[in-house]
Design a protein around this ligand. Sequence first.
Ligand SMILES: [Zn+2]
Length: 181
Amino acid sequence: MNNDNIISTDNLILDKDIPCVMDNKQVIENEDIDYMYLALKEAEKAYKKGEVPIGAIIVKDDKVIAKAYNLRQTTKNAVAHAEVLAIKKACKKLKTWHLVGCTLYVTLEPCPMCSGAIINSRIDRVVFGAFDNKAGCCGTLYNLPLDARFNHRPRQVVGGVLDKECGQMLTQFFKSIRNKK
Ligand SMILES: [Zn+2]
């Protein structure tokens, strides 16, 4: 494993205002914030349905080609995470499983399943919002997409873009659930 790619997330979590580029090869792109707002809008749709508010979009050549949000409860399907649903839509739209040149924006750090889907779909770049201490596999618990042992991987993973907004939506959601009980 190339340890240069494995970041210590302790520092990242303390320094949440600054988005973190996991591989240090490239800086945050300006449009990342705008696209993350779109992913947040998807998360809001999940919130309104009583789903854990996580949203994702996929962008290719400056065009949004897929939007999705977590639908695990509605569909009663364990794999209906925002990222997986967005990847399915993007594959359908581009008529290929091969999402080269695409960037995935997601409001929460991808879990192991979604990190696997990112690797398998050959997504080029991943930008996520809040870090996930419990299941994050793009730098927190593991850094699957940048593990050099995989044959194909995204060229860049960026975390912490609008992390406050993304995290707040989740906190608010869980708080509202607790209040209902
Ligand atoms: Zn996931």
